[in-house]
Ligand binder design. Structure first.
Ligand code: ADP
Ligand code: MG
Length: 488
């Protein structure tokens, strides 16, 4: 996809560096807790505060998590990797350096396939994933004259996932991040929560003329939502094209995104690797992995979203759209498959009906009360019961909407509500005929109009008869019988 301006075509090139906080109860090199929301400096061990004489000890669970992430992203796990020191001074970095993996990371390669609106698939390759410790946090807005330091985050394990410059638009960046987030959540290696900062992305953007070498990139930091990502990318594209079209050059620099104004601005010129004086971390041995450990971890990789979506389409004839939405979160897919099992039928129309009710009405209720599927007030089994009542024509779809609302609010089963409120569908031909006849008798003038060609009135008669039966008449029968009555 190219951008056309008066001067010709431009191609956008984007690569991401994603910091994903590893799900682990303790930190990368200490046993301090990682719990979010603790009071300032509550989760700080001597190691995290970098007291003299302490030594880091690698948390093998965090290593397992990085390996599992690599496996989930089709990457290669390096049997030997090393830790390095990245030296810089900052008040919230008490060690004076960050322990990271610069020269030999634990994971190399891998990819994520994304599917675009137009159906095209783009493969975003991953350059590598390394593990590193997070820094603490400086707080400048509590006092006019002092800054505070909170070291709770200091030493928390991060994975840095670095992509190749394979994305070509803001849309692709958003799709990639959504897919990556979904995979990490399936793997339970990162919760992907951008609000709480457990997934943050730096975006590298450049533009060039198609067929020529890539342009100089600017790196935009601090973009903390997928929505802002698009704003930042599009702003940067315009800015760079304008510079280049006016004969200027894009500076290789780090820019900050200002979400209030929707603009990026210079933060600092990009530092070179040598500025950090990287060298091998002397306090840690090489990280050596046995093949057996990798093999064991392989067994823990669940069915991932792409594979699941494919299977849902194949096994249940679900449309692609439904299958992908259901597969976007493991909890939704589990809920769906539990509900489907509870319907005890292999009828494919039930699979689709269930999908409609899950993605339509149940999602609407969840949204309304800001709940996730695991907090749903309607269990998978109870939704299955409701769907079977519709399928067996005990209730109509319209009544079912009311029933679902009542299930949610009163926490009762569908069958109980239908019984209590007498909502069962009327399927007796006689009863339906009687209410229709009454409507026709009351509206003889309209019947005459209908017969002289005003066919729209058909719907009016249906509506009136529905009203008479409290919405309970079987709609299909209602239509058939009315047709008979009017045309005989
Ligand atoms: P450095 O070593 O200077 O950090 P890298 O080669 O590691 O640079 O790349 C860092 C990030 O920038 C990666 O995500 C990569 O995909 C991206 N990137 C590299 N070159 C470009 C470019 N010309 N345009 C956009 N992104 C780029
Ligand atoms: Mg780099």
């Amino acid at each position: 996809m190219y951008i056309e301006t008066e001067s010709g075509k431009w191609e956008v090139v984007i690569g991401l560096e994603i910091h994903a906080q590893i799900i682990s109860e303790s930190k990368l090199f200490s046993n301090a807790s990682t719990k979010f929301g603790a009071g300032p400096n509550e989760n700080v061990s001597y190691v995290d505060a970098a007291l003299p004489g302490v030594l880091p000890v690698i948390n093998s669970f965090c290593v397992d998590q990085a390996i599992r992430t690599g496996l989930g992203l089709n990457a290669e796990i390096n049997k030997v990797s090393f830790f390095d020191r990245k030296n810089y001074f900052y008040a919230d970095l008490p060690q004076g350096y960050q322990i990271t993996q610069y020269f030999h990371p634990i994971v190399s390669g891998g990819y994520v396939d994304i599917e675009k609106e137009d159906g095209g698939v783009r493969r975003v390759n991953i350059h590598h994933i390394h593990i590193e410790q997070d820094a603490g946090k400086s707080i400048h807005d509590q006092s006019p004259v002092k800054s505070f330091i909170d070291l709770n985050r200091s030493g928390i394990a991060l994975m840095e996932i670095v992509t190749e410059p394979d994305m070509r638009s803001a849309e692709e960046v958003a799709l990639f991040l959504q897919k990556l987030r979904s995979i990490l959540r399936y793997l339970k290696t990162c919760d992907g929560n951008m609000d709480e900062g457990s997934m943050r992305a730096d975006v590298n953007i450049s533009v060039h003329r198609p067929g020529t070498p890539y342009g100089t990139r600017a790196e935009v930091k601090n973009v903390n939502s997928i929505k802002f990502m698009a704003t930042a990318v599009n702003y940067e594209i315009e800015r760079q094209i304008e510079i280049l079209e006016n004969g200027g050059e894009v500076d290789q620099e780090t820019r900050l995104f200002d979400s209030a104004k929707g603009v990026t601005r210079t933060m600092r010129s990009k530092e070179d690797a040598q500025d950090y004086r990287y060298f091998p971390e002397p306090d840690l041995p090489p990280l050596v992995l046995e093949q057996s450990r990798i093999d064991e971890l392989k067994k823990t990789i669940p069915e991932l979203p792409d594979a699941k979506a494919k299977r849902l389409q194949q096994d249940y004839d679900l449309p692609k759209y439904d299958a992908e939405l259901i597969s976007s979160e493991m909890e939704i897919a589990d809920y769906y498959e539990r509900a489907l099992a509870a319907t005890k039928t292999t009828d494919k129309t039930v699979a689709k009906l269930l999908s409609n009710w899950l993605l339509g009405e149940l999602f609407a209720q969840l949204n309304k009360s800001s709940k996730s599927i695991s907090e749903s007030d309607i269990s998978a089994e109870d939704l299955a019961e409701l769907v079977m009542l519709i399928k067996d024509e005990v209730i109509s779809g319209k009544i079912a909407k009311e029933v679902l609302e009542l299930m949610w609010n009163e926490k009762k089963k569908a069958s109980v509500i239908v019984e209590e409120k007498g909502l069962k569908q009327i399927t007796s031909t006689d009863e339906i005929k009687k209410s229709l006849q009454a409507v026709l008798d009351e509206n003889q003038d309209k019947v005459a109009e209908y017969k002289s060609g005003k066919e729209k009135l058909f719907g009016f008669f249906i509506g009136q008869a529905m009203k008479k039966t409290g919405g309970k008449a079987n709609p299909k029968m209602l239509n058939e019988i009315l047709r008979e009555l009017l045309h005989n």
